[in-house]
Each structure stands twice: as structure tokens, then as C-alpha cells.
Design a protein around this ligand. Structure first.
Ligand code: FES
Length: 300
């Protein structure tokens, strides 16, 4: 039922060509910046400083996808680092990458550990059975993992799981910068993802915000009626359909731009790091102008 998957299944045919964006986002291991996520090929020396770094990931369902890439890369490139994965699914048949996870266990028996948690199947240990709520998570941290000496935590899955884990780690004094996360959605059904692409008519006599944006080196200005309360992204899309966005819910960071002048209110932010916000970046899918004129740069 997804927008893209439905289109891909029903419309896409062999021989079709589609234009895609670069991979992007911040859900990568800081301990090992690879040439792939750093085009300059600069290798972070943090792992050299702590070659025995311990990394721990919580993934649920298809949230395993980026986590597999991070685990595989880190284990291959850092001979002494360890990776522990807590992977939650409904039942055994739902486990994605089962074979690849098995391969990692075979290849790195001392450095890779996986804990499968199944919500609708009974496993021998109660800790491995049922949904991961705050109580179970707390027990896992106490008995299975322990929150100390972890270089980086990776969380990827539905909002509730990620938020529960973030809160618990925070309560245990884990510094924010050691916790990396990626969400599927904000879990808020009220978030109007369909807001993007909203058609808005601008009447000549009504007060507007002026939104100026730069994308791929060219700039444009669009008028946004004050009464419409539209996002910067929505306004920009009315002018240029190639303005980048994906989730429209404040979780992926694809619509990120730098606020060059003016001011905005940003609703949700589950994608920008505190230093990016500090540096003036906004999620345009979540930001509405609060000053007469706003200038944003998608290239910055
Ligand atoms: S489009 Fe995903 S955060 Fe804006």
C-alpha cells in the first residue's frame, strides 16, 4: 500500500529509466566514516583511538536495512570492534536478512551478537518474547547489554521503539551524540504528509510571505498566502517539482535547507542534529515562515 511500492509494482516495466537522488541522511556510524558516506574519503580516526569500540543496534522489521550496512562495514573495517544487534520482529518468517545475519555470525563469532526478539512467537527466554516496551528494554539493558562503554547506539524502527530506547538511554546518562536513530514515521497520524503538493491559489489582494529558495544553483521566489499556512517545501514545490523531499513528516532529512534570512517555525524535527539546527538548517517540510520574507538554500 505504499505510494512508491504500489507504483513500482503496478507501473514500472523492464527498460524504464528513473532518475534517483544520491543516498543521503545522517544515520551512519560516526566511529568509522567510510569513503562512501564521505566523498572526500576522510576516515574518522575515532575508531583508531578506540579500536575495541562496542556498537549496539536496536532494529525492528525493515529497520534492519541500514543497520546491516553499518554492521557489515564496521566489522569488516575494524578488526577489534564488536557489534551487538537486538532485532525485533513479529515471528521468525518476518525476519529480513536472516541469511546475511547468519553469515555475519559465522564470519565474526566473537565480535557479532544478535538477539532476536519475536512479538508473536514464544521463545525460551521471556526477554526474547513479546513487544519491546520500556520495561523489557530496561531489563535488556540490565541483563543482556549494559549501557556502559558503548561507543555508539543505533536505533531504527517505528516511532515508539526508537523513542522508548532514546528516553531510556538518556535516563541512563548516555550522551545524546552517541545515539544515532532513524525513524519510519513520527507515528503521528495527524501529520499531514499529503500536505506536500497541496495546490494553493494566490489571490492578488491577500497578504503573502515571500519565499525565496535556491536549488541546484538557481533561485526562485514564490508567494505564499498567509492564510494558507503552507510549509516552505509546499510553496517551493509549487514552483519547482524537483525540490527534494521524501517522508514529509520530519524524519528523513531529505528536505533539509539552510535558512539564509528570515524566520520560520519548525513543527517536528527527528532528522536534524543539534549542531545543524544551530547552524541554521531547517526541515522545509516542517517549517512555516514567521517573517515577511524567507530565504532558504537547498544547496548549502
Ligand atoms: S521530507 Fe523527510 S524530513 Fe522533510
Amino acid at each position: 500500500g505504499g505510494v512508491f511500492s504500489t507504483w513500482a509494482n503496478e507501473e514500472l516495466a523492464a527498460g524504464d529509466v528513473i532518475e534517483v537522488m544520491n543516498p543521503q541522511g545522517a544515520f551512519t556510524a560516526k566511529v568509522r566514516t567510510t569513503a562512501m558516506n564521505d566523498p572526500q574519503g576522510i576516515v574518522n580516526d575515532q575508531l583508531e583511538a578506540n579500536p575495541r569500540a562496542r556498537l549496539v543496534a536496536f532494529a525492528a522489521g525493515s529497520g534492519i536495512t541500514p543497520v546491516m550496512a553499518i554492521a557489515t562495514t564496521t566489522l569488516a573495517s575494524s578488526p577489534d570492534a564488536t557489534f551487538e544487534l537486538v532485532y525485533s520482529n513479529r515471528s521468525t518468517v518476518d525476519v529480513m536478512f536472516a541469511e546475511e545475519i547468519g553469515d555475519l555470525k559465522d564470519r565474526y563469532p566473537d565480535r557479532f551478537t544478535v538477539h532476536h526478539i519475536l512479538s508473536r512467537e514464544n521463545r525460551t527466554s521471556p526477554l526474547h518474547t513479546g513487544r519491546i516496551d520500556d520495561e523489557k528494554l530496561s531489563l535488556m539493558l540490565d541483563r543482556m547489554l549494559g549501557a556502559g562503554d558503548v561507543e555508539e547506539w543505533f536505533l531504527c524502527g517505528p516511532f515508539d521503539l526508537v523513542q522508548t530506547a532514546r528516553d531510556e538511554l538518556k535516563d541512563r546518562g548516555v550522551p545524546e551524540e552517541r545515539v544515532r536513530f532513524e525513524l519510519f514515521t513520527t507515528g503521528k497520524p495527524t501529520t499531514p504528509a499529503g500536505q506536500q503538493g497541496r495546490d494553493i491559489e494566490v489571490r492578488a489582494d491577500e497578504p503573502t510571505f515571500d519565499i525565496n529558495f535556491t536549488l541546484d544553483g538557481s533561485s526562485a521566489t514564490v508567494e505564499s498566502p498567509r492564510s494558507a499556512r503552507e510549509t516552505v517545501l509546499n510553496a517551493a514545490l509549487r514552483k519547482r517539482p524537483d525540490v527534494p523531499f521524501a517522508c514529509a513528516g520530519g524524519v528523513c532529512g531529505t528536505c533539509r535547507a539552510k535558512l539564509v534570512s528570515g524566520s520560520c517555525d519548525m513543527d517536528e524535527n527527528f532528522a536534524l542534529e543539534p549542531d545543524e539546527v544551530e547552524a541554521g538548517y531547517i526541515l522545509t517540510c516542517q517549517s512555516r515562515p514567521t517573517s515577511d520574507a524567507v530565504e532558504v538554500d537547498f544547496d548549502a
